[in-house]
Ligand binder design. Structure first.
Ligand code: GLC
Length: 420
């Protein structure tokens, strides 16, 4: 008996040692927005138990622009320390050569995702990244404040500004803002400004056929409209806000309206939030005149395996796990992140606990892509020049008309004899 126990213990020890020897340690980089890191850590801990694959998270700043700059450097240097990258929807054409092809790994599940997202992550037949969640913004509004002033959620930007002013004038609270958004000079401003321009009938900066369209009267009008908010219904400081700064103001109850992505919904309804139960979301407002209509920029994040990883096979397993229906459902329930797997929207728990996501699916389906496909490897420069022109205009650094004229010339130069 004693001998048997000893033997069993020794055998257990040996199999543990074998498992340890086989255990693999990987690294993933992930931006720290809202509760993303904690969520990923919990999912990866569960995965490690079953698979013996341990994944360390290397936290990155929340700004996609800062992440992109760092990742480009690491990838250019062939960094083998990072196995998995969480990638923005706009990066695929620019980083395609640095990641392994996931076509085989995803062959049984790719059809479960929205085809347009799989397509956005496919470059010359290579599946560069597997979708993790998708993103489309909405207008967050304070139900209690709108009710108090007998207002209904605005359908146009001008109504939004008017309603914000009505509430601000009525509340006489110096701490309260009318509207917060992402006005910092970075990719987030490209998203917001594309919405202003597109919703005013002013096009998509560069059209799907590669034509540079940004220098037009409707685009100028849309940016001038946004400029009129800064220092009136929006704080001057909005010119330095990214997503998390806007959410900070909003979630402490200090703004009537906010433009933000779905993640702010779950966080806004947590117990520690001053706006819990007091807000709702509607599609972003429309501009005015011909061609005006609500427009939401398409966002979203994916998972890619570095070509320089020494553990690409294990890394593929990790990304397929994180992109699975199970994790996407958890992400929908806990973080109101929009699934990329169609069936998760029909899941009974999702419908019951986060019904807002079912409404939000329609906003996503109609979302406008940024011009990363037509401008190919030049997208980051295009976007950088666009957000700079917009930020200058909002700050009163040159007129909007001059800034967009200059932008058109710069983009024409950048394109040369065709986008490559
Ligand atoms: C969100 C979107 C992403 C976008 C970023 C801009 O994270 O998902 O696509 O680039 O916001 O700040």
């Amino acid at each position: 008996m004693k001998f048997k126990t000893l033997l069993a213990t020794a055998m257990m020890g040996m199999s543990l040692m074998a498992a340890k020897a086989m255990a693999v340690d990987l690294s993933i980089v992930s931006g720290a927005t809202g509760g993303d890191l904690q969520f990923m850590q919990d999912e990866l801990a569960a995965f490690a138990k079953d698979s013996g694959i341990n994944v360390k998270i290397v936290p990155m700043p929340s700004s996609t622009t800062d992440q992109f700059g760092q990742y480009k450097l690491w990838l250019a240097a062939g960094n083998a320390d990072i196995d998995i990258y969480q990638t923005d929807v706009i990066w695929a054409p620019q980083l395609a050569d640095q990641f392994v092809d996931l076509t085989d790994a995803a062959k049984d599940v790719a059809k479960d995702h929205f085809p347009s997202i799989i397509q956005s992550q496919t470059v010359n037949g290579k599946l560069v990244a597997i979708p993790f969640f998708t993103d489309a913004p909405a207008l967050y509004y304070r139900k209690d404040l709108l009710d108090k002033y007998k207002l209904t959620p605005p359908k146009t930007w001008d109504e939004m500004a008017k309603d914000a002013k009505t509430v601000l004038d009525g509340e006489k609270n110096a701490d309260l803002q009318g509207f917060v958004f992402q006005g910092n000079a970075y990719e987030g401003l490209t998203c917001d400004a594309l919405e202003w321009v597109k919703s005013n009938g002013g096009g998509q900066i560069v059209e799907p056929d590669g034509k540079i369209s940004i220098n037009n009267p409707k685009a100028i009008e849309a940016i001038e409209r946004a400029k009129s908010w800064v220092g009136s219904i929006s704080p001057k400081g909005v010119l330095a806000y990214q997503e998390e700064e806007s959410r900070g103001v909003w979630q402490t109850g200090k703004s009537v309206f906010m433009r933000n992505w779905p993640y702010a919904y779950a966080l806004g309804n947590k117990d520690d939030s001053a706006v819990k139960g007091k807000f709702d979301v509607v599609p972003l407002p429309a501009g005015s005149g011909d061609g005006a209509g609500s427009a939401a920029t398409l966002g979203g994040w994916n998972l890619a395996v570095s070509k320089y990883s020494k553990h690409a096979e294990e890394a593929k397993k990790v990304v397929m796990f994180l992109a699975s229906a199970k994790v996407q459902k958890d992400n929908a329930l806990k973080q109101t992140h929009l699934p990329t797997i169609v069936s998760v929207y029909d899941d009974a728990d999702v419908k019951k606990d986060q019904p807002v996501l079912v409404k939000w699916k329609d906003v996503f389906l109609a979302a406008v892509p940024r011009p990363s496909a037509p401008t190919k490897t030049k997208y980051n420069e295009v976007s950088n020049k666009f957000w700079t022109a917009v930020h200058d205009s909002l700050s009163g650094n040159g007129t909007t008309a001059d800034n967009l004229k200059k932008l058109e010339a710069e983009l024409t130069d950048l394109r040369g004899d065709g986008w490559k």
